[in-house]
Design a protein around this ligand. Structure first.
Ligand code: KIV
Ligand code: ZN
Length: 470
């Protein structure tokens, strides 16, 4: 008998329009027992996928500023555009090359569809590059084959292989300039809506053309062009795909997730557990529809596990500035790690625990300083990483409103003004602040709090007690 009342009444009867992804049977999976131990190879696609999704795409100056920031952060692979798509895109690639903006250890990546005219134009844009990656793609999903291309599976394979043949020819030509190295990347676009066996087959046929080796690998990128299933399914398929590749060592396995179900970051992480080597994504997740995998989020997730991510996000205020200026988008207050409110506690019990956590850290600090000890472990409840490590300060950690308690109030007065209260004062004053904030139904800043405290003392005929500076 169905006892769940939610299942008795139909609330959204049109749900039947949508089909669940067919089950992927893979009991051999090993990824659930794996651990993320080192960061992947990162590739930023801000200047291509991110840019394609903007209301007002970046102009050349904005693209250059963004590019220079990506280099500064430490990206070694940067997808800079889609040169066959527009003159601006083409000219931007030319500018990077002709004005020597690309450091020797950075590869620029350019995207092209698998069409002869577009491929030729793409190679033209790369003339004189030192390290270039030609990224070609075609859609492989069943719906796109049937509805958009009206081609059979074999015809779609032919399309990819013909593109690969031409790309190989143009790569050999380009590399006659001994200063130039062109690497290849192929994406079976809409991978997540493609039968996994077919995606593997088409990738193998493309790989055959280039004959990659362990020292000169090809990059196979598996895009969740639209995120259609849960991250565990993506991980199963990625692991299966990697294990079934004929020459896995000659392949850099790359992931490119979007965030339609809100789990783009999780899918990338599980895909790494499943054996992928490389991640494509964007800063703070800008990208088509709900965006791409957020590389800041992913990198700082590594950081919070004690792993240096290989990208420098020690000043996220600068990341936010570049993101907002070039993308003309706002960073939401709750955005992981970088949002204005993500290291802020309003609720009393959280504030109390944070206060105690900071006291504990400061005591630990003092004893470490005495014995000249190593790095202190971060142990502040509710605050997953030290905001200072990413260029934020502690001012916002505790904020006061009607949800707050005496712990938060005393923390704020002590932190901002060195005022220390005894237990009874904390209790009395805490009640007063709560009443006040309930009455005015808004946040109370620390100056207001100090004035209230002074009035409170005046009424009780007392002088404030200040903490001694150490
Ligand atoms: O999302 C996608 O499929 C893409 C490809 C071109 C890699 O952006
Ligand atoms: Zn994409």
């Amino acid at each position: 008998m169905n006892t769940n009342p939610n299942n008795l009444i139909k609330r959204m009867p049109l749900a039947g329009k949508y089909q669940p992804f067919p089950k992927f049977h893979y009991p051999e999976r090993q990824w659930p027992d794996k651990k993320l131990e080192k960061p992947p190879l990162w590739c930023s696609v801000d200047l291509r996928d991110g840019n394609q999704a903007l209301i007002t795409p970046m102009n050349i100056d904005e693209k250059l500023e963004f590019f220079q920031y990506l280099v500064k952060v430490g990206f070694k692979e940067i997808e800079v555009g889609y040169p066959s798509a527009s003159e601006t895109e083409f000219q931007f690639v030319r500018k990077l090359i002709e004005e020597n903006h690309i450091p020797d250890d950075v590869s620029i990546q350019v995207l092209t569809q698998s069409r002869e005219d577009l491929i030729r134009r793409t190679f033209e844009s790369l003339q004189g590059v030192k390290n270039g990656i030609v990224h070609f793609y075609n859609s492989t999903s069943e719906v796109q084959r049937r509805v958009v291309f009206q081609k059979s599976k074999e015809e779609i394979i032919q399309l990819a292989v013909e593109a690969a043949d031409l790309i190989l020819e143009l790569k050999i030509e380009a590399e006659k300039n001994t200063h130039t190295k062109i690497r290849i990347q192929y994406s079976p676009e809409s991978f997540t809506s493609t039968e996994p066996e077919y995606a593997l087959e088409i990738c193998e046929r493309v790989i055959e053309v280039f004959q990659p080796t362990e020292v000169d690998p090809i990059c196979i990128n598996l895009p969740a062009t639209v995120e259609v299933y849960t991250p565990n399914v993506y991980a199963d398929i990625v692991e299966w795909f990697g294990k079934n590749l004929k020459n896995r060592k000659a392949v850099t396995l790359s992931l490119h997730t979007h965030n339609d179900r809100g789990t783009g970051v999780a899918a990338s992480e599980l895909g790494l557990l499943a054996g992928a080597d490389r991640i494509e994504g964007t800063l703070l997740g800008n990208g088509e529809r709900t965006g791409n995998a957020d590389i800041v989020n992913l990198a700082l997730n590594f950081y919070s596990q004690g792993i240096d991510p290989g990208l420098d996000f020690s000043n996220v205020q600068e990341t936010i500035r570049i993101f907002e200026k070039c993308n003309k988008l706002k960073v939401p207050e709750r955005h992981p790690y970088v949002g204005e409110l993500v290291f802020t506690a309003f609720s009393g019990s959280h504030q109390d625990a944070i206060h105690k956590g900071f006291q504990h850290i400061s005591q630990q600090n003092q004893s470490k300083q005495l014995d000249g000890g190593s790095l202190l472990k971060w142990e502040v409840p509710y605050i997953p990483i030290d905001p200072k490590d990413i260029g934020k300060d502690y001012t916002a950690v505790v904020r006061i409103n009607s949800q707050s308690g005496k712990g938060g109030v005393s923390y704020m007065l002590e932190k901002d003004f060195g005022i220390v209260m005894n237990a009874e004062e904390k209790k009395q004053f805490g009640i007063l602040v709560k009443d006040y904030s309930n009455q005015y139904w808004r946040e109370i800043n620390s100056l207001e709090l100090k004035k209230m405290w002074e009035k409170f003392l005046a009424k009780s005929n007392k002088l404030p007690t200040y903490k001694m500076e150490t």
